[in-house]
Every structure is written in structure tokens, then in C-alpha cells.
Design a protein around this ligand. Sequence first.
Ligand code: CP
Ligand code: NVA
Length: 302
Amino acid sequence: MTTAPHHIFADDSLTVAEQAEVLDLGLDMVANPIRKSLQDRSVAVLFDKTSTRTRFSFDVGIYQLGGHPIIVDSGVSQMGKKESYQDTGAVLSRFVDAVVWRTGAHQNLHDMAETATVPIVNALCDDFHPCQILADLLTIKQRKGHLKGVKAVYLGDGANNMANSYMLGFATAGVDITIAAPEGFQPEQRFVDRAQVRADETGATLKVIGEPDVTGADVVITDTWVSMGMDADRDTSALRPFQVTPELMSTAARDAVFMHCLPAYRGYEVAAEVIDGPQSIVFDEAENRLHAQKALLEWLFR
Ligand code: CP
Ligand code: NVA
């Protein structure tokens, strides 16, 4: 009997206990980076959208685990336009041991999963970015020593993939998460409801507010106001009061940290003084993409 592969489509593809296991493994990856858990295994890493961190961290990470990464931009393959995601999933499953995929519509991942017999890992889609959230949680765990009860506020475009993943992934970790976004930029109720299920399980608080309020926050987070695939000219004027400025940071906890998944746009979602200042941990956060994803892959192959 064959068992269905464990796909990582969103931040609740891992249970509360499983996420904790992956994060503990992530800490171990930092201490012991070179290992052979992917020896003789190949991983397809596919990109329908541009990337720096995801591309490098998966390439280096799979190499450090003894595996073979095959990095492909979809534009130079048949997938999507000339061949369905279902046929692509069936074919890739004959060659590789896992598929990591950055795509647009979340449904694409499910289409490939109809035929794939190997795990598919979402490396960002329009709705979620679960690999980034594992890296962020690892970073907070390193900084604060624990996750439960940490207070995080995400400001800005509350209707994008990062906001959805922060709600879902942070609630799973027991981190209190508030999304601060103006009307028109707040998360869809279906994602809030889905995250609330996890918040109920862990005791985390989950809030959506309409003001840029970070009073007492331990972690202040933002993301680009214009995500990949969005109209570059979209009106983001309502987001201006949600820019993370030094004044805003001064109302957070005294030892608050600033996080951003990057790439960042100084002068828009964050002031240069903040992202380049002493409270910013954005490059530790970027490095942790490597450790967290290695942990996830090793965990999937256990
Ligand atoms: N944060 C992140 O996913 O970065 P890239 O788009 O560079 O991969
Ligand atoms: N919300 C951003 C995240 C980039 C890593 C985007 O989708 O473009």
C-alpha cells in the first residue's frame, strides 16, 4: 500500500506538533549544517515568479543535505502553457523525490497534487508563503528563546500571501498575531477563520485592526505594498500611515525587533532608518530560509 505524500501547501499543512518538530530541527541545522539526509535524492525547484532568497536557499540547502537540486524557471519548461500541471506532476514524480514550487494561483499546487506521488512544497503562491514563515518563527525563537505568547504585529497589505501566512503559521506556533491594515487591504474572512482554528488550538490571539498600532509589540513586521503579479500601479495611498517608521517603532516594546521577508522598498512600507537600524533582524531572517527549509525537507524524508 502506498501512502499519500505530505504536501506543504500552506502553514496549516503542518500540525502544531509537526511545526514545532520542524523548528527544533531548524535549530539543529544551524548547529550541524552539513548532513546526508537527502543523499541520492533529487528535488525539483520550480519558479513561475522571480526570486533571490528562495532560489539560493533551496539550491544551497539541498546541496548541504547531500541531495541534487534541479532549478527550473517555468518559462523554459513545458509546464503550465504547453502541458498541464497534472501531467507535469505525473512526469516529475518519475524523476525526483520532491517538488518545490513558486507559483501564482494556489489551485495550481492542488492541480499538480492530483497526480504527484512525491511531496510538493509551496515556495510562495498568491495566497501563502509557508517556507518564509518557518524561517521567521525560527528567527524569533533564536531571539526570544520561545514563541508562545510573543506579540507580533504585521502592518500594511493585510490581504497578501504574507499576511495570510502570518495569521496561519504564527497562530499555529502560539504567537499572538495582529494584522493592521486599512479597509480594502484587510485579509479575506476565510483566511481569518482558518487561522482562528489554529489560534483556538494553541491559545494564541488573532486580531485584525484598522489602525497602525504596535503598542507593546515584541515583533513588528511588514511586507511590500505591491506583491508579485499585482498591478504595479495599484493605489496604495491608504497604506501610507502604515509605514514602519522610527516613531512607530518607539511605541513597540523596548526590545522589539523589526522583520521583513524582503525584498523591501525603503520609503514605502518601511523607513530606511528602521530596516537599516539596530532593531532590524531582516538578514538573520533571510539566512534562516536556508536552515528552516533544510529542516522541512529532512523532516519530510524521515
Ligand atoms: N522572501 C522571499 O521569498 O524572497 P525571494 O522572492 O527573493 O525568494
Ligand atoms: N508579498 C510578496 C512576498 C515576496 C517574498 C510577494 O508576493 O511579492
